[in-house]
Design a protein around this ligand. Structure first.
Ligand SMILES: *Cc1c(COP(=O)(O)O)cnc(C)c1O
Length: 479
């Protein structure tokens, strides 16, 4: 089929990509060398420059609002040690969520005041490490306060702590979270339990922390204003707050074209309704489904296309207005409260790419082309129902092959019917040869690592990192 007929049929989702990615994709001898040298697939490639650029973009917004600030990179979003090392080198903060994450940052020489520990479960070993190194912990519940108080007492420490909160009021409801103290109770908890001559006599309240699910600027703004109100209530009790930490969850925009995004959903809905051939594996609705002949549901995927990514999102939250007309930033500034944030995914925007080799091609009984890749779905996985970016096809073995557009599904190495790398059908310029390469761009935030397993004793991905300008030299991450 010619492209004009195929594209409306299988709408493209063109990813935002960076020059370094294009250089890599173009350089067939570099790619051949990497696969040969490391003898495995997939390989995760990383470039550290965009990491620093993303950080600077946040910093610029915080400076524009004239706020004291610390930005902590959420370490959990990517396993490579090199991001932690780079954060230490450039003086960013790092948000750690386990013993090893914290230990590694300390060993890399991160300053204690640039580290924070927000682990959802805090072991004695982790708490001791944080206490011994004066790293601020964000506490989630009374049992944690008890544990930290007991160990602090044993170690002769009087740690400053952050208190995690949730249950913000929004449109007449409370925003549910399993984390943190409820905002309705937290002021009396702090007053009654924290500090000298109280139950948790070693702990010193230093600030509040929250991290919201979802990507609503209004919810984030409302939560920030309500937290500022809590600090005012505490101030009346003579308890001051030095920081408010608004967590992570800043949007990343992955796609370059709004029309493509909208058209994809239109066409998908038609397919789910049986009005056209499927464009996802086994007609997966990605959150939509038919019930009694009616289309129900909503997209169960990350908002890959969005218009308020990263620093715009932050700017909107800080510019969110209190009912008296003052912005959140202005209220923070007046109170001399430091703003803190913990972006993970968004600091990793444009820093990574996953490349995988084609192992085989076949047709299924329905006539679909299935292209088996030397990788599995845990190596490109998140809580989103699909990774909705077109991969970049690299005809390492088949360059010069005549164009003949071929829609395919990419399948993986697990013995599972569901091991489909992308649920979306992808239109390739021609049927790939064995040894051709598929590059999945912008996978560094969660996609490549967060859910990776060693099922079947398949080896974990090799992670390579570069810092350089051309020609690139990729070096293994030492994690
Ligand atoms: C996961 C997490 C983050 C980072 O979230 P991103 O969506 O990657 O920005 C920050 N803070 C806390 C407490 C988290 O759990």
């Amino acid at each position: 089929m010619p492209i004009d007929e195929l594209h409306p049929y299988y709408p493209p989702l063109t990813p935002i990509t960076s020059p370094w990615m294009h250089e890599v994709v173009k350089d067939h001898s570099l790619l051949s060398d990497l696969f040969e040298q490391y003898g495995c697939s997939p390989i995760n490639l990383h470039h550290l420059q965009p990491f620093a650029d993303n950080y600077k973009a946040y910093e610029t917004v915080l400076e524009k609002h004239d706020l004291q600030h610390t930005i902590f990179f959420a370490r959990k979003a990517n396993r490579c040690k090199d991001f932690a090392r780079e954060a230490a080198r450039l003086g960013f903060g790092v948000d750690t969520a386990s013993y090893r994450e914290l230990k590694q940052c300390l060993d890399l020489g991160c300053n204690a005041d640039k580290l924070i520990c927000t682990a959802a479960v805090k072991t004695e070993r982790l708490v001791q490490l944080a206490l011994n190194n004066d790293v601020l912990m964000v506490l989630d519940n009374a049992d944690e306060c008890r544990l930290v108080n007991r160990l602090a007492s044993q170690l002769g420490k009087k740690p400053k702590v952050g208190i995690r909160i949730s249950g913000f009021n929004y449109k007449g409801d409370k925003l549910y979270s399993r984390f943190g103290f409820d905002i309705a109770d937290v002021v009396s908890f702090i007053r009654q339990c924290l500090g000298v001559e109280k139950e948790f006599n070693k702990l010193r309240f230093d600030g509040f922390h929250f991290h919201l699910d979802g990507y609503s600027v209004k919810q984030r703004g409302a939560a920030l204003l309500q937290t500022i109100e809590l600090t005012d209530q505490l101030q009346q009790l003579d308890i001051s707050t030095s920081f408010i930490d608004i967590g992570g969850g800043f949007l990343t925009n992955y796609l370059s074209d709004k029309a493509e995004w909208e058209s994809f959903w239109d066409v998908l809905k038609k397919a789910i309704q049986g009005k056209r051939a499927p464009l996802t594996f086994r007609n997966n609705g990605l959150g939509y489904k038919m019930i009694n002949g009616q289309l129900h549901g909503s997209p169960d995927v990350y908002p890959y296309y969005n218009e308020t990514p990263k620093e715009q999102f932050l700017d909107n939250v800080l510019s969110f207005q209190h009912k008296n007309g003052e912005t959140a930033a202005c209220l923070l500034h007046k109170r001399d409260i430091e703003i803190r944030m913990e972006p993970g995914r968004s600091l990793l925007a444009q820093t990574g790419m996953t490349i995988a080799r084609v192992a085989h091609r076949k047709r299924d009984a329905r006539g679909n082309w299935l292209v088996g890749l030397e990788m599995n779905r845990s190596q490109l996985s998140s809580s989103s129902a699909d990774f909705l970016l077109d991969p970049l096809f690299i005809p390492l073995q088949s360059s010069g092959t005549k164009k003949e557009l071929t829609p395919v599904y990419f399948t993986g190495a697990f013995c599972l019917e569901q091991d489909i790398i992308l649920k979306r059908k992808i239109v390739l310029p021609h049927l790939p040869e064995i040894g051709d390469v598929t590059a999945f761009p912008n996978t560094a935030g969660y996609m490549m690592h967060f859910y990776e397993t060693e099922s079947h004793l398949l080896e974990k991905t090799t992670n390579l990192v570069t810092h350089s300008k051309l020609p690139f030299s990729f070096i293994p991450d030492e994690n």
